[in-house]
Design a protein around this ligand. Structure first.
Ligand SMILES: [Fe+2]
Length: 123
């Protein structure tokens, strides 16, 4: 589990971040999003309460979007697009070599969310 230090300890620094500091902060933010996904999904999977499971999964999916936003921001700020693309290609290459399923990103599956629960109740 990541154990990043808190560079601000709850306080805003008395100056603006340098670009390198901002990049480190974004890495910490990404780790926080991934940790949140882990926690929400662990709790969702540990309960039989369907409402709690749906809410926790919906929140975890929102965190996944945040993680994607931050990863894209990091790629831009740190110039890491090339490395990220290389990593994705390496996984696709291994998947092809072992005959794994289609390496294209899976289509989003229809999941029960708070919005769909509201719509189902109104219908
Ligand atoms: Fe988030």
């Amino acid at each position: 589990m990541p154990d990043f230090f808190n560079p601000f300890s709850g306080m805003v620094p008395d100056r603006k971040l340098t670009n390198d500091e901002l990049i480190r902060a974004i890495r910490l933010d990404i780790a926080g999003e991934l940790e949140a996904i882990h926690g929400y999904m662990a709790h969702a999977e540990a309960t039989d309460n369907e409402l709690a499971k749906a809410v926790l999964t919906d929140i975890a999916n929102e965190e996944r979007v945040h993680a994607g936003e931050l990863q894209r921001l990091l790629a831009i700020l740190a110039g890491e697009d090339e490395y990220q693309q290389k990593g994705k290609l390496e996984v696709d290459t291994v998947a092809t070599e072992i005959g794994a399923a289609d390496t294209a990103a899976p289509a989003p599956k229809e999941e029960t969310t708070i919005g769909s629960l509201k719509n189902a109740k109104e219908a």
